[in-house]
Write a protein that binds this ligand. Structure first.
Ligand code: HEM
Length: 497
């Protein structure tokens, strides 16, 4: 009996010592977490997130620093808010932070298992990026497909012309979105997705919106995974509905192409053709399902981001008529009144480029990029970011950091004219596309799209705001979602010069 009692006592003492030291150990590692506000049990810091999380995090980081810990429900999160720390995360420790923190909506129809956006860095992900680079985004491919885009831009110019004749107000973001959708759908499968006036295309746009809205909404299940099964806001149910509808449309397009491929000699020169070749040659496993998920990724990642950027650029220019006049004067001088801007002209339009950079600085379409995840424990500036932590890079905050930018809140494209800063992931104070291995693969296409679309909106056109509204009255509030458009759509009347 005494031996048993001694043994029990022995184990109890050891258990106590173990528990005490492990508590100390975890407290020690907790003290090495980056600083952050107190987090409440269960909700953590969710009550501090607000309607516009990027703005709330930027404010909090003024107190807790550019590497800040938060607990979002059950999700340990670190927010990066300066160019220097972003460089550490996306350049020095790029590999370690290249994971993705996958949202609930990304699980729709198992999207996360095959999606370029959501897969971890892996051979499957590398294959997808390589295939897209080789078949869409390489300079030579983009150069050969620019005729397709030029046609769509002409339609935008015609639409603006028609609206100016009928003195009809144009919803700038809406027109830009229609153009983006078509520029992408032409590049991917030589078909239009939408037009400006027709009702039938309205439905297609609504489906794409439906997907994007649900993927971008604040979803409680992302912070309390136990809720995923219940889906209290119905986001996963709605996401599935819209994704399925979009997949049906993709199926029709693929079927139609397969039929034509069997009977016609002429081969289309687009992504769909190249991908069907891939799947037929079976270079790596890539079936119809993978194709539909890839098309979904490209539409969701590419359409709204580009049109939102153009809407913000227009809103800023309409608020600063002198800058608008300067951008238009540059087009008149370099391109002329009669000619239309070509993609090869962009490099000759420094002021237009500066306007786009300034728009990226103040209004990055994905202000927190796409959530990254630490693949292992990483030490930064003496703090530990534990494995599996969600890492949000607040590009919006570093774009407005007063230690980097003078008068950061003011729209001043001129600041870029004498500074060698571009938005391609080398200058960490301006990273609307991210940087490192997960940088936006669509950047080369997006770059051409935003410059040409904005040029179409300002070349030879003057804009009138609604009756009685002054430029400085234009509302510049943001609405957080998949991308961050203006809270109130920008409407103005084009006046042809
Ligand atoms: C990823 C921004 C246009 C396709 C991203 C990321 C950002 C971004 C911030 C995440 C980077 C990171 O995680 O660090 C933008 C902006 C655009 C734009 C601001 C326009 C102005 C496009 C276009 C396409 C595209 C036109 C394709 C048609 C993608 C894809 C990813 C991505 C597939 C996921 C890449 C991965 O996770 O490996 N984009 N993007 N984007 N973008 Fe874009």
């Amino acid at each position: 009996d005494t031996i048993v009692s001694y043994l029990v006592l022995y184990f109890v003492i050891w258990a106590c010592i173990y528990l005490l030291t492990s508590n100390l150990r975890s407290r020690k590692s907790a003290t090495r977490l980056p600083p952050g506000p107190y987090s409440f049990p269960i909700i953590g810091n969710l009550h501090q997130v607000g309607q516009n999380p990027h703005q709330s995090y930027a404010k909090l980081s003024k107190t807790y620093g550019p590497l800040m810990s938060l607990k979002l429900g059950s999700k340990a999160t670190v927010v990066v808010s300066s160019a220097n720390v972003a460089r550490e995360v996306l350049q020095k420790y790029d590999q370690m932070f290249s994971g993705r923190s996958v949202t609930g909506a990304a699980h729709t129809l198992d999207h996360h298992k095959v999606s370029m956006v959501w897969l971890p860095v892996s051979s499957q992900w590398r294959n997808l990026r390589k295939m897209c680079k080789e078949n869409i985004f390489a300079t030579q491919i983009l150069d050969t497909s620019q005729g397709l885009r030029q046609e769509k831009l002409q339609e935008l110019r015609d639409y603006l012309h028609r609206s100016s004749v009928s003195r009809k107000a144009v919803n700038v973001g809406g027109a830009a979105f229609t153009t983006s959708l078509n520029l992408i759908s032409r590049t991917l499968f030589s078909k239009d997705f939408a037009d400006y006036d027709s009702d039938s295309s309205q439905e297609l746009q609504e489906i794409v919106w439906g997907v994007m809205k649900n993927v971008g909404s604040f979803n409680l299940s992302d912070y309390f995974p136990v809720l995923r099964l219940i889906d209290p806001q119905g986001i996963m149910r709605d996401a599935k509905f819209y994704v399925q509808k979009l997949f049906d449309i993709f199926d029709d397009i693929i079927n139609e192409r397969l039929q034509v491929r069997g009977t016609s000699e002429t081969k289309k020169n687009d992504l769909l053709e190249a991908l069907l070749d891939h799947s037929i040659k079976n270079e790596f496993e890539f079936g119809r399902n993978d194709l539909k998920h890839l098309l979904l990724d490209l539409f969701v990642a590419g359409a709204d981001t580009t049109s939102t950027t153009v809407e913000w650029a227009m809103a800023e220019l309409l608020r600063s008529p002198d800058k608008f006049a300067k951008a238009r004067a540059e087009l008149k001088e370099i391109i002329g009144q009669e000619e239309v801007v070509q993609e090869s002209d962009i490099s000759r339009l420094p002021y237009l480029q500066a306007v786009i950079k300034e728009t990226f600085r103040l209004h990055p379409a994905a202000p927190l990029l796409v959530p990254h995840k630490a693949n292992e424990d990483v030490e930064i500036n003496g703090y530990i970011v534990p494995k599996n932590t969600q890492v949000l890079i607040n590009a919006w905050a570093s774009g407005r950091d007063p230690t980097t930018w003078s008068d950061p809140e003011i729209f001043e494209p001129e600041r870029f004219l004498d500074r060698d800063i571009d938005a391609r992931g080398q200058h960490f104070e301006l990273i609307p596309f991210g940087a490192g291995r997960r940088i936006c693969p669509g950047l080369p296409l997006a770059y051409r799209m935003v410059h040409l679309m904005l040029a179409a909106f300002i070349h030879n056109i003057d804009w009138k705001l609604e009756e009685g509204m002054k430029p400085e009255d234009l509302d510049m509030d943001e609405k957080f979602g998949l991308s961050v458009p203006k809270a109130l759509p920008l409407e103005a009347i084009p006046v042809k010069l």
